[in-house]
Ligand binder design. Structure first.
Ligand SMILES: [Zn+2]
Length: 297
């Protein structure tokens, strides 16, 4: 492969190693994070309850004030009623007093209802606060216990990052951009190795999506320095170490005039196998032939 693809494969490997270490840290701290979220949810619920309680208390205070105001008005009307000059005036004050009394009892009823709500709310808030404190302690205990593991995993990540950064620096900006985009999309799996499923056939597949690839993909990757994307999954294709040209390129059709070295070995092998076949057939053939000839004769 060309330098660009070699640098990309190095980046890919360093990136995957870093991602794997990050994944281990995430897996190890998963329960702690779940616990932290539980605490956050409880805190949110608690502050919501406090807020509701505050509003109810404000409402209750307003109703108390309303009742007091009406009491004072009723008192004043009673005084005016006592000083009424005639029965008609007296009756008018009476109606006004009764109206105030009806409104006052309505307000009182409402205030009682809200005070009940406030009392219930206070108990609930207290219970929730206790529960929340318990979960907070649990969360801290988990974090304390995880401390060493997290530190070790974090150290591993910190140790892998420079190699990843160096590998990224060795890739051209354009190729790096393509790589990063694909890595984001495929959780790091930006590249895909070629594979040759059948040793005897010069056919290649993308190992990520198992899509068949055109035959010259190997030669292109081997000989040129350009990015080749899988037409199906769009990952950047590369030649893995286990697929060197001697394993990848078909030798079925021996070139007409190839320099010595390669051809004789293949020829010998073929001759050997041909001889084996002959050997295995020779003992039977003459007998069969004789028999059949005898039969005919
Ligand atoms: Zn693919």
């Amino acid at each position: 492969m060309g330098p660009t693809n070699i640098a990309l494969v190095q980046l890919y490997q360093a990136d995957m190693a870093l991602r794997a270490a990050q994944g281990r840290l995430e897996a190890a701290t998963k329960n702690v994070r779940i616990q932290e979220r539980r605490v956050r949810d409880l805190e949110q619920k608690h502050s919501g309850q406090l807020q509701a309680l505050k509003e109810q208390q404000t409402q209750a205070a307003q109703l108390e004030l309303d009742i007091k105001t009406r009491d004072a008005r009723i008192e004043r009307l009673r005084g005016q009623q006592q000083a009424a000059k005639n029965n008609k005036e007296y009756q008018a004050f009476l109606i006004e007093i009764n109206t105030e009394k009806v409104d006052r009892s309505k307000a009182e009823e409402q205030a009682l209802k809200i005070m009940e709500q406030v009392e219930r709310g206070l108990v609930e808030v207290k219970e929730l606060a206790t529960h929340m404190e318990g979960e907070k302690v649990k969360s801290q205990t988990m974090k304390d216990q995880m401390g060493d593991t997290v530190a070790a995993l974090q150290a591993e990540i910190d140790g892998l990052r420079p190699a990843r950064d160096a590998a990224a620096a060795a890739v051209s900006p354009k190729a790096l951009m393509a790589f990063e985009r694909l890595a984001d999309r495929f959780e790091g799996e930006a590249m895909s190795a070629l594979s040759k499923p059948d040793r005897r056939r010069e056919e290649y597949v993308c190992t990520a999506c198992m899509m068949d690839l055109v035959t010259d993909v190997y030669n292109k990757l081997h000989a040129r320095d350009e990015l080749i994307f899988c037409p199906s999954c769009h990952r950047i294709l590369y030649i893995p170490d286990e697929l060197p040209p001697e394993a990848a390129v078909n030798k079925k059709k021996p070139p007409r005039e190839k320099p010595a070295g390669d051809v004789p070995a293949a020829t010998t092998r073929r001759q050997e196998s041909a001889a084996d076949v002959l050997k295995s057939m020779t003992p039977d053939e003459p007998e069969d032939g004789e028999k059949s000839e005898q039969g005919h004769g």
